[in-house]
Design a protein around this ligand. Structure first.
Ligand SMILES: [Zn+2]
Length: 76
């Protein structure tokens, strides 16, 4: 009976290590660090040089801006 318990514990340990490794690899550089090191591309506002994520930037005439206001100012 003891052998069975030891075997189960060994299997659980292997699974735990395996999933621990997988989890560590999949969340590497995102969940552990407090600062979000997002893989998203950053663009620079052509008006104020602020760095903004590409998904949040305003694109006008091939240039990137941090907001609509700067897009308008940059074009004038
Ligand atoms: Zn700006």
């Amino acid at each position: 009976m003891l052998k069975v318990i030891l075997l189960i514990l060994a299997i659980l340990l292997v699974y735990w290590l395996f999933w621990g490794q997988r989890k560590k690899n999949s969340t590497d550089g995102s969940a552990d660090k407090s600062a979000p090191a997002s893989p998203e591309k950053m663009v620079i506002c052509a008006h104020c040089q602020l760095h903004v994520p590409e998904s949040e930037c305003v694109t006008a005439e091939g240039r990137h801006y941090c907001c609509d206001e700067h897009a308008r100012l940059g074009q004038s």
